[in-house]
Design a protein around this ligand. Structure first.
Ligand code: NOJ
Length: 740
């Protein structure tokens, strides 16, 4: 097959270390300032800048460092995480800049994943909005609040693609798709960092977890990752790359191994790919004790050797492991590493401190009056409400069960309806489960006490059925039932993998009992991952995926249920029918024996379950309906330097104004290697009034069709393609074109 165009995987930057000749004039000016500080530093002080310790304000890993204040004072610790509030960070910063010998300011890192105080929906929920501006705004609000609380560095965005909902951390990402994931990664980086890191309202982003952490075998957190290099480069790498292209100045090395090498000791990942190919100019921090964990991985005999692997791979900063602090000097003295490795690492870290303006004013993030003004600012709460509404996905709505009508009698059932903490999900930074209204409270506010009857029914976990009778009695008195069920907030996030993803406890059993009453049942779901909802889908008349919607979640659910907001979210992860279908994702390959072949037996299929998922990627309903015209193409021949425009006319054919995410996919029909049956190449979220139509046009250029070919070069191949447009990855209009 004739090779077509070759694209460089990245812009042709090849910046290793801090080679001055490759720097821009502005970078050189900062380099000079960094060098002027470095000249004054002892070796110990240099190594101190490569150390990151957790304060005792929050626990996000297995160990705590005692005496970190003293280490700051001695110049042995240049960076702190898990510390916040203007007052506390000021206290620590004061030690660094007034009591340490060289007065070098601290970085303050924290997991500001979906909000600092005002908590937004979990990241997976946000991704379901497909609304890049709203996602960027969420990151911006999070940055504004974090920056007002003394934090100048967030450990976000998480850019890990995942196709395995057993993995609890899918809640922190943007789902399964590399294209959408890349757009969201860039939006988040831009939201956190803005255009100028020196602006004290913005904070440093950290791209994590580099790399391929989202693919642990069997969905078990921290487990081995094993994938082909091609899959890594074409599917898993793009969102990290997009985040780096968007200007992220720190990257976190992941816990997992890739191809037998733990990421934290992988020179391939941290230097060849990250710096040489992607042109990353910031610093690399490890994940929590991931240097030390290389001993458990079995690639180092002891911590000192693990430290050597890390520094040689390109790790600049040791999170909590105490390995660099303890062993780097010795390794240098023994000639095991060159001074240049330490110099480069410290240079990169100080460089970012300069970019943040910390050397100009180390207290720029520590203003208590600003903190008071920013936390829970009304416009932040408004943004959180907007995002929460946009994140919700209507999975089912038979007989127009939704929207509810104000004043109808509803029975609200389920522990989660009355829970506050669960609304926030995992990783809530300084979020406060008491400072919010539950779904029940908001439903009562809107629909009135008398029309809103509550019974718990059952807990979110466990097998206690003693509340069933009261729930059934409450439901009998109502016109409609709103059952809020799902997972406990701590059943997703880090270290929260599940081996089955069914609805926990006896919640589904309660749904069955309520169904027997023959009243319309609305199921509201709160969960941090796709669940297997086959049974719930059979029983419920309507089903709304609310994720963990954040501080304003109660109101957002109420607004959606009562049609104050017409749901517009679309799934960014496939929902399987059962756990045996996992891993499951829409961009699968066709295989040699695809299911549509006539032969009844020898096909790639299950004998006990269909191949297709319960809800496909990109799926989500609205209270209105949308009709798609056939696709029209500007040309059916895409030339090397040309472009192709594919258009559809979308019409709102229902009775409510609504928004639709119009999605464009392609399939490369014949390649030198097998190609996915569909790949997302564009999307646009449009708003349509009743009866209104809009033409949506996608532009396809050859570079969008590039991949790693048989010989691992990156480029396109000529041939026939299919192009699809529609409202989800399954129900699509289809046409063909040719790439010359
Ligand atoms: C471990 C997690 O994997 C990572 O995402 C987080 O940023 C660090 N702990 C710090 O809390």
């Amino acid at each position: 097959m004739k090779k077509n165009i070759v694209f460089a995987i990245i812009a042709s930057i090849s910046l290793t270390g801090c080679g001055p000749s490759l720097r821009t004039a502005q970078e050189k000016r900062i380099d000079e300032r960094v060098d002027s500080v470095m000249e004054l530093m002892t070796l110990d002080e240099k190594i101190g800048q490569m150390v990151l310790y957790s304060s005792d304000w929050d626990v996000t890993g297995p160990s705590l460092k005692k005496g970190y204040m003293d280490e700051i004072r001695k110049g042995n610790c240049g960076n702190i995480f898990n510390a916040y509030t203007a007052a506390y960070t000021r206290k620590l910063q004061k030690i660094a800049v007034e009591e340490s010998r060289l007065h070098i300011p601290l970085l303050f890192g924290y997991d500001v994943i979906h909000g600092q105080k005002t908590i937004f929906p979990i990241s997976l929920g946000e991704s379901a909005s497909w609304d890049l501006a709203a996602i960027e705004k969420s990151a911006r609000v999070s940055a504004t609040e974090a920056a007002a609380s003394g934090i100048n560095w967030t450990f976000a965005p998480m850019c890990d693609i995942s196709v395995d909902p057993r993995w609890g951390r899918v809640s922190e990402g943007a789902g399964e798709d590399p294209y959408l994931g890349s757009k969201i990664a860039a939006a988040r980086v831009h939201g956190f960092q803005g255009d100028n890191l020196a602006d004290s309202l913005t904070i440093l982003a950290c791209v994590k977890h580099f790399a391929a952490y989202g693919a642990p075998l069997a969905g078990r957190d921290y487990n081995t990752v094993d994938m082909s290099r091609r899959v890594f480069l074409d599917t898993y790498l793009p969102p990290y790359k997009a985040a780096i292209d968007a200007g992220a100045m720190s990257v976190m090395s992941s816990f997992n191994e890739l191809d037998g090498v733990p990421a934290t000791g992988s020179r391939y990942l941290l230097t060849d790919v990250l710096r040489d190919q992607l042109g990353f100019k910031g610093f690399v921090v490890t994940d929590y004790t991931s240097i030390n964990e290389m001993v458990n991985h079995g690639v180092a005999d002891n911590d000192a050797d693990a430290g050597l692997l890390a520094i040689k791979a390109g790790v600049d900063m040791d999170m909590q492991g105490d390995v660099y602090a303890k062993y780097l000097k010795k390794s240098l003295n023994e000639g095991l590493i060159p001074m240049k490795d330490i110099y480069d690492a410290v240079h990169r870290i100080l460089y970012v401190k300069f970019m943040l303006g910390l050397f100009d004013d180390p207290y720029r993030y520590c203003s208590e009056s600003r903190e008071k003004r920013e936390l829970y600012a009304p416009e932040h709460l408004a943004a959180a409400l907007d995002m929460a509404q946009k994140s919700m996905v209507l999975l089912k709505n038979d007989n127009k069960t939704l929207p509810l009508v104000k004043g109808e009698k509803i029975a609200v059932i389920g522990e989660l309806a009355n829970s506050k903490r669960d609304l926030l999900g995992s990783w809530i930074a300084a979020g406060d489960g008491n400072y919010l209204q539950s779904i029940l409270e908001e439903l009562k506010n809107y629909n009135g006490d008398a029309n809103t009857i509550y019974a718990e029914g059952c807990k979110k976990m466990g097998d206690d059925r003693s509340g069933f009778a009261a729930a059934i009695a409450a439901a009998r008195r109502a016109d409609k039932i709103v059952l809020v069920i799902g997972e406990s907030w701590d059943w997703s996030g880090e270290a929260a993998s599940r081996s089955n993803i069914d609805m926990p406890g006896v919640q589904t059993e309660l749904l069955e009992k309520l169904k027997a009453l023959n009243k319309p049942i609305v199921v509201v779901l709160m969960n941090g991952r796709p669940l297997t909802l086959t049974k719930e889908n059979e029983l419920a008349d309507a089903m709304l995926e609310a994720w963990y919607p954040g501080t304003m979640g109660g109101k957002a659910v109420t607004n959606v249920l009562f049609g104050q907001y017409n749901p517009s979210g679309k799934l960014t992860m496939t929902f399987p029918r059962n756990v045996g279908q996992i891993p499951i994702f829409y961009y699968e390959k066709n295989s040699g024996r695809p299911i549509y072949l006539k032969d009844p037996k020898y096909k790639s299929r299950y004998i006990d379950c269909p191949n297709d998922p319960l809800f496909p990627f990109g799926y989500g309903l609205s209270y209105t309906t949308f009709a798609y015209s056939d696709i029209s193409l500007s040309t059916t021949d895409l030339t090397e330097k040309g472009e192709l425009k594919a258009s559809v006319n979308v019409t709102n054919t229902g009775n409510a104004a609504g928004e639709e995410v119009v999605q464009c996919y392609v399939r490369d029909l014949v390649g030198s290697i097998t190609r996915p049956v569909k790949e997302l190449k564009g999307f646009e979220k449009i708003a349509l009034k009743v009866g209104e139509s809009k033409v949506v046009t996608f532009t396809i250029t050859p570079d969008m069709l590039a991949f790693h070919r048989l010989d691992m070069t990156y480029g396109t191949e000529p041939g026939d393609y299919k192009l699809f447009i529609g409202g989800n990855s399954r129900d699509l209009k289809e046409t063909k074109f040719k790439l010359d």
